[in-house]
Design a binder for this molecule. Structure first.
Ligand code: ADP
Length: 541
């Protein structure tokens, strides 16, 4: 027997329709690439998105076409997303921090047919265009006055292009299961892999993100997504904010401490989201200027483990609640958020900080489990760690083009590649990446725990731990250290500092000193390169 309720497809243009109807005056404020602050409303964004959809449709672009964006966070970028989706197309965010060859590879793999580009990235597109034969049109997000000279063909200035449409267009309803967005993982290992979001997954994800125990935001909030729209969907904020009618403040290309502070202050931002590095820059700026954060209530910190010192400063010095979060491009991207359940009521000080070091619990719509290498489920005791697997309506079911199929099993579980433990209250804590975990005598050692411990040494600037082959134990940990400027720490001092803080068999067998540790485009330690570099390394024992 079927229910007698209406079929109301979960499609993304309903989000912007809602925002324009229920919150027409709510602002989307952007720091433009050209410089000045630009103010729009959700009604404006919808009106301009309709024009974009109309123009793309008129120019022969078709539902399912991948239309790239190479742009900072801005109202223009947001309306481009809704315009592309409203035509039935697929917005494809490109990460400008990747190498040009990688971007060209990704564009060819996706067969992008057009690109919306910020002025900043015109030189990049000029390099790329000749290598991407599928590309038919370049839309430069500026006006005629700021349009640069270019030898590229089929280039238009966005504002001039928009003048050719009246916006009298009906959204192209492609159904809730149709693709609407695309983002490639950064490819720390192997080629980048394409994640293809559907209208339905984006709508459900936005609902999940807004829930009280997730981000917990509403129409009274002023939201500053520092996390770029090209980094894992801006953690869903591009859909979540219009869905709840929150004002948005878009930082453009400036993410240094002073620029972020300026927007937090002038726009009275209540909620923001970014990776730890951005918050470190802001906290440094606040410390050196003595400024405070009177408007900011909450920040989401994720993308990499949030150092305890950041949480402590935000909460104790500035009165800002920290929500540590974990996710992946493959999960749209939210997987867990560390907000407090009633079981933790009354906790404060170090006990609260201990919990906030965890990546948190899964919202409705994310199922989690941890398993051993043979897929046996492990207990949620807050100690036993294993491979973290997830499934849900906003989790990828495969990659575009079929790569990486070994990460998905018959019951839809996606192996995240992360290693974690989960406690009795459902709070998950990442202990490693499964490729980085050190397998010593059949037992696992967390490289991240060792790194976090080593950077606590006053003379260590950065640390990385990799497993190196060992005749008896199969692998043993090697600690690789970059010393702080002007310091030359000794191996034995560092090891003595670590001793007693971890079980003995976790202690690194050796310490190697280097000038620099290699990083990926998203700022993570590139362990693949380190492993190659130290492939022949003989442990001193
Ligand atoms: P990339 O940053 O490589 O482009 P993602 O943003 O999808 O791609 O990265 C997802 C990975 O980042 C996760 O699998 C996990 O290893 C790591 N990660 C994300 N958030 C956290 C966090 N809060 N703590 C530790 N690791 C995290």
């Amino acid at each position: 027997m079927l229910g007698l309720m209406q079929e109301w497809p979960l499609v993304c243009h309903k989000i912007i329709d809602f925002a324009a109807r229920q919150h027409p005056h709510r602002e989307v404020v952007s720091r433009s690439v050209e410089g000045p602050i630009v103010r729009m409303t959700y009604a404006d964004i919808r009106g301009r998105a309709l024009k974009i959809a109309q123009l793309l449709d008129r120019e022969g672009f078709e539902p399912g076409d991948r239309i790239a964006t190479l742009a900072w966070n801005s109202g223009n970028h947001l309306e481009a997303w809704f315009g592309i989706m409203g035509m039935g197309g697929v917005y494809h965010t490109l990460n400008p921090r990747l190498f040009p060859e990688q971007i060209a590879w990704i564009m060819n793999h996706a067969a992008d047919r057009a690109i919306f580009v910020d002025l900043t990235f015109m030189p990049l597109v000029e390099k790329l265009a000749a290598h991407v034969p599928s590309l038919r049109k370049v839309i430069v997000m500026t006006d005629a006055a700021h349009m640069p000279e270019t030898a590229l063909e089929n280039v238009v200035a966005y504002e001039e292009w928009l003048k050719g449409a009246d916006g009298d267009f009906v959204w192209n309803d492609v159904g809730e299961d149709a693709a609407c967005g695309m983002c490639y993982t950064s490819g720390t290992t192997g080629d980048p892999k394409g994640v293809l979001y559907s209208h339905r997954s984006n709508v459900i994800h936005a609902m999940m993100a807004a829930m009280p125990d997730a981000m917990g935001i509403g129409s009274k909030d002023v939201v500053l997504p520092v996390v770029p729209m090209f980094h894992a969907n801006a953690w869903g904020l591009g859909q979540t904010c219009p869905m709840i009618g929150a004002k948005m403040v878009m930082p453009g290309g400036k993410m240094d401490g002073e620029s972020i502070y300026e927007l937090l202050d002038t726009e009275k931002v209540t909620f923001s989201a970014a990776v730890p590095t951005v918050w470190l820059m802001l906290l440094h700026y606040l410390e050196t200027t003595g400024k405070m954060l009177p408007h900011l209530n909450k920040v989401v910190i994720g993308g990499a483990a949030c150092p305890r010192a950041i949480t402590e400063k935000f909460e104790k010095v500035y009165g800002v609640e920290v929500i540590h979060a974990w996710g992946m491009t493959e999960m749209s991207p939210l997987g867990s958020l560390c907000t407090m359940k009633p079981e933790h009521a009354g906790k404060s000080g170090d006990a609260l900080l201990d919990i906030k070091q965890k990546q948190g619990s899964a919202p409705f719509g994310v199922e989690m489990k941890i398993t051993d290498d043979d897929n046996n489920e492990l207990p949620w005791d807050g100690k036993t760690f294993g491979r973290l697997k997830v499934r849900g309506p906003a989790v990828a079911s495969s990659y575009y083009g079929g790569a990486g199929s070994e990460q998905f099993d018959d019951e839809s579980w996606f192996d995240t590649g992360d290693v974690a433990h989960i406690d009795e209250f459902g709070y998950m804590q990442i202990t490693d990446r499964s490729k980085d975990v050190i397998k010593s005598g059949g037992e696992w050692i967390s490289s991240i725990d060792l790194e976090n411990l080593a950077v606590g040494h006053p003379e260590v600037a950065e640390a990385a731990v990799i497993g190196v082959p060992h005749p008896k134990w199969s692998e043993r940990p090697l600690l690789i250290v970059v010393a702080k400027e002007g310091c030359s720490p000794k191996k034995d001092d560092i090891l003595a500092f670590m001793k007693g803080k971890i079980v003995d068999w976790w202690m690194p067998d050796d310490v190697a000193f280097v000038d620099e540790i290699p990083h990926t485009a998203t700022g993570k330690i590139k362990k693949t390169t380190l492993r190659e570099q130290f492939a022949e390394y003989k442990l001193a024992g």
